[in-house]
Write a protein that binds this ligand. Structure first.
Ligand SMILES: Cc1ncc(COP(=O)(O)O)c(C=O)c1O
Length: 382
């Protein structure tokens, strides 16, 4: 029997060692080998920018696309690059073709920026926003599915669903949601900002109309790297929000160049796939999920609350309910005190009328980080 490979730890990251960084979900940090790869690409680009951007880049991006399509189980012909998931959702919402009387369904876990985009798109088209409330704790996948499908109506023209929600870390049963929506003829946009790397993703199996995911969160590529996958039936309609040279040449050529940008985060993404792949993605995910659960339970135990769970509903971000009500100002003050006095980076989120700490787990974290958080809370909430 071969011994399991040892997982890399904090030494593989450049994070400030004085910090307990428990917000990988907010902004993930890229490991050193990935940053080194990005530097190599940057140096190559700066030696001959014209040759690099005009002659070499198309083939390099083609290779990155093929690798990521394999990693995500995606149809490479449907995969395009965007700067971030925000651009991915906006691209779809601006062009999906909403009409007066249509309804767009989101959940109360929807990321605020995506919600702002839905509000903008519905206001511009005369469509209506509907919100499905998904309780926390959600219990099980069936409860989540039922909460969403109960709000579908004959007027629903689009469902926007998180793959993993920001405010709660809840892993939505997206496959079942897509299947139920499609059975009713309703297209689905999946916001997969947190999914790539955190969960095994098989976009072919998922079959969503639209899926966008960041590479700079849980894949740990450098920042400003994301993908958008569009199902074949929609590819005539969806174009980048910024038109450039290839705009008239079809779906993928239109996205391939949207003006001069830094392509090095994308070019370094394969190094991120390889970095975790060496240790084994399955082992990395199992480690992060287990650490997030144990860390959250430790903190909740110390503040006298209970971590919400649910089979199949949890990943590497977990919620710790705070023991008493906090106003918005108090929540922000708590975040600031945790950072300034204790060097702990952790967000306080709001959902279902309550405030929660959202703790993340990545390979650079250890239980000591959560113990520090528990100690700090014991003082701050006393
Ligand atoms: C669910 C969700 N969607 C979208 C985004 C936006 O990601 P970005 O800022 O990289 O566009 C985030 C960021 O945290 C998120 O949590």
């Amino acid at each position: 029997m071969t011994a399991p490979l040892e997982l890399p730890g904090a030494a593989a990251w450049r994070l400030d060692p004085s910090l307990a960084y428990l917000n990988h979900g907010g902004f993930g940090a890229a490991p050193l080998p990935v940053l080194a790869e990005q530097r190599t690409w940057r140096d190559a680009m700066e030696r001959n920018p014209t040759g690099f951007l005009v002659r070499d880049l198309p083939e390099q991006l083609h290779q990155v696309r093929a690798l990521l399509a394999g990693f995500l189980g995606a149809d490479a012909d449907g995969l395009v690059f965007v700067g971030n998931a925000t651009a991915g959702t906006q691209t779809v919402l601006a062009q999906v073709g909403l009409a007066p009387g249509d309804e767009v369904l989101v959940t109360d876990h929807c990321y605020p920026a995506a919600l702002a985009q839905v509000k903008r798109a519905t206001a511009a088209s005369g469509a209506t926003l509907r919100v499905a409330e998904v309780p926390m704790p959600a219990g099980d996948q069936e409860t989540v599915l039922a909460a969403v499908t109960a709000r579908l109506s004959p007027r629903t023209a689009l469902v926007v669903i998180d793959h993993v929600a920001s405010c709660s870390g809840l892993v939505f049963p997206v496959e079942q949601i897509v299947a139920e929506c499609h059975a009713r003829g309703v297209p689905v946009l999946v916001d997969g900002a947190h999914a790539t790397g955190q969960l095994p993703v098989d976009l072919g199996r998922l079959g969503a109309d639209f899926w966008t995911g960041n590479l700079h969160k849980w894949l740990c590529a450098p920042k400003a790297a994301a993908v958008l996958q569009v199902a074949e039936r929609w590819r005539d309609r969806i174009r980048p929000l910024v038109a450039s040279h290839g705009f008239a040449d079809g779906y993928q050529p239109a996205f391939d160049w949207t003006g001069t940008q830094d392509p090095t985060p994308l070019l370094a993404a394969p190094a991120a796939v390889a970095f975790f792949g060496q240790a084994g993605w399955q082992a990395v995910r199992a480690h992060n999920q287990d650490l997030a659960r144990r860390g959250a339970e430790l903190v909740a135990g110390r503040v006298g609350t209970t971590v919400p769970g649910g089979a199949g509903l949890t990943g590497a971000m977990r919620l710790v309910p705070l023991p008493r009500e906090l106003t918005e100002a108090e929540a922000r003050a708590l975040e600031t005190s945790l950072l300034d006095r204790y060097r702990i980076v952790v967000p306080v989120t709001y959902l279902g009328g309550w405030r929660w700490l959202r703790v993340s787990a990545q390979l650079y974290n250890t239980m000591t980080d959560y113990e520090r958080l528990a100690d700090a809370l014991a003082e701050l909430l006393a």
